[in-house]
Structure formats: structure tokens, C-alpha cells
Design a binder for this molecule. Structure first.
Ligand code: C2O
Ligand code: CU
Length: 463
């Protein structure tokens, strides 16, 4: 039912349509709001003070957004933060103008202003949304949430859980977020790593399950820089999708699952632990294992185990073809501590490594630091690109391509799974291929957010 206010707004819009700013127009549309504001939450264990965060809807993680495959998402982003911001829909093949990259696809939304995001989600899968202006700070303060696009045929499961993994850099006394978001050390080394690990904003997330219950776990790594190495205890699992995209067949989770910043994995797990036992999603670190999420078993779901799960239905039109006469592009990544970078171009000028250190800029792509006016490559819509990336640094980097999914091309020519973020370790050369079928300006950057802020950012143009 239109309210009196709607009626008044509509009246205003028709009488003075041309003179009205966008905000008034939009008030008559069906957009729900997604506001970003300050809040405080109990992040550290009880007994500690609450932590001041920035959150969508004042919560952390932000509201879980769910829609059906092919459906339209409309959200009015309202910025109630003390800083300009924007929202990026990580992994979604959407229209470029809705990609939310402040400074590339839209201006940053100033405090008190709004921006209408409106796009359809062509692919089912696990995605997430997060701030994309001053991301090192804004994501570290809590500006992210899950974006779930449901298959039209739901898979055969008992239930699902979305698990957003993050680490927080907190003052051990006050539990407040460390405000040094430009730390020279973090930028030049492995990025900003937290001292406090949480899932969905809880350090002790515990979810009751029953034996032989089948769950889908949607894992999202929202950390600024931490690589999560995960395994299961008391559960048998299969990886069924990576970065939102279904694998052609479920892969038994025998070894550990490595999840770099920005990456996602969908697991199907069967609880094998008996009633009164506790199953775990385990985090492996430096030879040690810690519980990331506990799953206490409260009873029996069924007497028998199930058969292995089926694959999820593939998303449409994602074949990587035309690799034989693809456009070949090379990207050399250099810099950081213990690296070999002697000089690089910063803002059009050649700088020595010393000068770069003074400027707090550390990483170069093909000899240049940060965004350039010209794209790394410009291609025609539908062209295939083969991008060879050399990580000539001493650190891992999680390279994320906006708006397009790619496949890794193995040395034997075999194609890997579709992904939007590739985790590359120091010294590695890896090649990815993709069909540039989505027009626009697409960012390609390291998802270790301190690295992106100190040079590891470029873009591609698809016309
Ligand atoms: Cu998830 Cu450019 O970011
Ligand atoms: Cu990096």
C-alpha cells in the first residue's frame, strides 16, 4: 500500500521532475535500504568491553542477502559513516556501473548520501559484499556481509550455514580495533593480520547438529590478509563449489582446504561424530590445529549414512574457449620486504625503493605502482585473454578479478575450476584464461587489502 509519504513524494516527483535530485526520485521506488553505520558489538569474549565497528545495518556481519538465481537485487546504500564509502558485490557477473569500485565505476558515496545498486545475479552461488573505498580500513572495521544466490533446484540437504571467517586486530585490553590501517610493516609484509579470529563475528561459534545430518557450509574468507587452512573433524566433506561456481564433480575433502582472502568454498558435509561428541571445522596453523567452528552432536538425524552428494547444477555460459588464439598478457608482480624491487613508477615518476618506502608504497605490477590511466589491457567484448602472472615477491597474494570468472591453465594445458580469486605463493608463475564477455572497467587487485592500498591494483577494459 502506498503510504501518505509515498503519495507526497510521487506528487513532488511529477510536478518538478527535472529539478529534483536523485534522492527524491528514488524514494518512490521499491528499493530496500542497506545502510552503513557505526555500532558496537560483543566481539571479544565476555568480560571484555564491546568493540566499536562499522556495519551494514549496524550489524557485523551485515544482513545476509539472499535471492534466487536470475533475480534482481535492488538496495539503496545509505552512508551514515564518517567516511565516504561504496559497496562491491564480490564475484557477481553484474553490470559494470553496479560494481561499486569507488574511483573507477562510481564516485565514493559521501557521508549522508546514497547510491542505488540495482542488478540481476545470473549465477547461483556464494558471494559477498563489502566496502570498496579505503577497503583496508573499512573491511577491517566490519563492512561486509554474505550475498547468497540460490539454485532454482535446491540441492538435497538437511540445512545450510553461511560461515564468514575473519581475523580482527584488537587492542588486548580495550578490545578496540587497531586504527593503524596504513602500517608500513603490514603493507610491506603479509598484510594486516588480526590477533583475534572469529566466524560470523563470534569467537566461539557453536552450531548444534545431529549425526548423519547433511549440511552445506558456505565459507567466505573476509579477512584482510589471513589465509585460512581448514579441515574437518567428525564430519566427512566434499567441496562442491569454489568462488561461487560449482565443480563438475564434488571433491572429497581429504586434504586441507586453503582459502585466501576474498575466496569462498561451498562444502557439503555429513556429520559422522556420534551423539554427545563434537565435530569441528578446524583451522590449521603452524602445525597446530584450533577449532574454528564447533558442531556439538545432539542426536541422530537418520540411522544410515547417505551416498556421496551430486554436483550442483553448472551456471550458464561460462566455458573458457578460444584459448589457442587468445590475447596474451603478462603481469609481473614485484616489491615488498625481502623482494627485488629496485625502482618503480609512482604517479608517473621513477622512484627508488627508498623513496617508495618513504611514500609507503611497496608493490609494482609491470614496474608501475597502483592504478594507471591506461588499463593493463583493453579487449573487445568476447575476446579471450590469457594472463600469465609471475609472483616475483616473497609473499602470497590473492589476486581478484572483478566481473569475470577465469580458469587456471595448467602446465599440461588442463583447465582448473572457475574462480574469481587466485591465491599465488611467492615465486610462482600461474596462467589464467577468461572470455571477456562482460563489458566495462574491471579491477584486478590483490585481496590482501594492505597490498592493494600500497600498489597491487590494476584494471582491464572490455569494450
Ligand atoms: Cu572483494 Cu575489489 O574486491
Ligand atoms: Cu598481495
Amino acid at each position: 500500500m502506498p503510504t501518505r509519504r509515498d503519495f507526497l513524494m510521487q506528487g513532488a516527483a511529477t510536478t518538478a521532475a527535472l529539478a529534483l535530485p536523485k534522492r527524491l526520485y528514488a524514494a518512490t521506488s521499491g528499493f530496500q535500504t542497506l545502510d552503513a553505520r557505526t555500532a558496537s558489538v560483543q566481539l571479544a569474549p565476555e568480560g571484555y568491553p564491546e568493540t566499536d565497528i562499522w556495519g551494514y545495518g549496524g550489524t557485523m556481519p551485515g544482513p545476509q542477502l539472499r535471492l534466487q538465481q536470475g533475480a534482481r537485487l535492488q538496495r539503496r546504500f545509505m552512508n551514515e559513516l564518517p567516511q565516504a564509502s561504496s559497496v562491491h558485490w564480490h564475484g557477481v557477473r553484474l553490470a559494470n556501473a553496479m560494481d561499486g569500485v569507488a574511483g573507477l565505476t562510481q564516485p565514493a558515496v559521501e557521508p549522508g548520501q546514497s547510491f542505488d545498486y540495482d542488478f540481476t545475479a545470473p549465477d547461483a552461488g556464494t558471494y559477498w559484499y563489502h566496502a570498496h573505498n579505503r577497503s583496508t580500513e573499512q573491511v577491517a572495521r566490519g563492512l561486509y556481509g554474505a550475498l547468497i544466490v540460490e539454485e532454482s533446484e535446491p540441492p538435497d540437504l538437511d540445512r545450510e550455514e553461511v560461515l564468514i571467517l575473519d581475523d580482527w586486530l584488537l587492542d588486548p585490553e580495550t578490545a578496540q580495533i587497531d586504527p593503524d590501517f596504513t602500517s608500513r610493516h603490514d603493507r610491506s609484509h603479509a598484510g594486516r593480520r588480526g590477533n583475534f579470529i572469529a566466524t560470523n563475528g563470534r569467537h566461539d561459534l557453536s552450531l548444534e547438529v545431529r549425526q548423519h545430518e547433511r549440511l552445506r557450509l558456505r565459507l567466505i574468507n573476509a579477512a584482510n590478509a589471513r589465509i585460512f587452512v581448514l579441515s574437518l573433524q567428525g564430519m566427512e566433506g566434499w567441496t562442491v563449489a569454489l568462488d561461487g561456481m560449482p565443480l563438475p564433480r564434488p571433491e572429497p575433502l581429504a586434504e586441507a582446504l586453503v582459502l585466501g582472502p576474498g575466496q569462498r568454498a561451498d562444502l557439503i558435509v555429513d556429520v559422522t561424530a556420534a551423539p554427545d561428541e563434537t565435530a569441528h571445522l578446524v583451522r590449521l596453523e603452524d602445525q597446530e590445529a584450533a577449532s574454528q567452528v564447533a558442531f556439538p552432536v545432539t542426536g541422530l538425524a537418520s540411522a544410515a549414512r547417505r551416498d556421496a552428494p551430486d554436483a550442483l547444477p553448472p551456471n550458464p555460459g561460462m566455458e573458457v574457449t578460444g584459448l589457442d588464439d587468445a590475447r596474451a598478457v603478462r603481469l609481473d608482480m614485484q616489491g615488498g620486504a625481502m623482494g627485488r624491487l629496485e625502482s618503480a613508477i609512482l604517479n608517473g615518476e621513477k622512484k627508488s625503493f627508498r623513496e617508495l618506502v618513504d611514500a609507503n608504497q611497496f608493490w609494482s605490477f609491470n614496474g608501475t605502482i597502483g592504478m594507471t590511466d591506461a588499463p593493463l589491457v583493453d579487449v573487445e567484448k568476447g575476446e579471450t585473454v590469457k594472463l600469465q602472472i609471475y609472483n616475483d615477491t616473497s609473499f602470497p597474494h590473492a589476486m581478484h578479478l572483478h566481473g569475470l570468472h577465469f580458469r587456471e591453465i595448467g602446465e599440461d594445458g588442463r583447465l582448473g575450476p572457475l574462480r574469481d580469486t587466485i591465491l599465488m605463493f611467492g615465486g610462482q608463475t600461474r596462467t589464467i584464461g577468461f572470455v571477456a564477455d562482460n563489458p566495462g572497467d574491471w579491477l584486478f587487485h590483490c585481496h590482501m587489502l594492505s597490498h592493494a592500498a600500497s600498489g597491487m591494483m590494476t584494471w582491464m577494459k572490455v569494450i
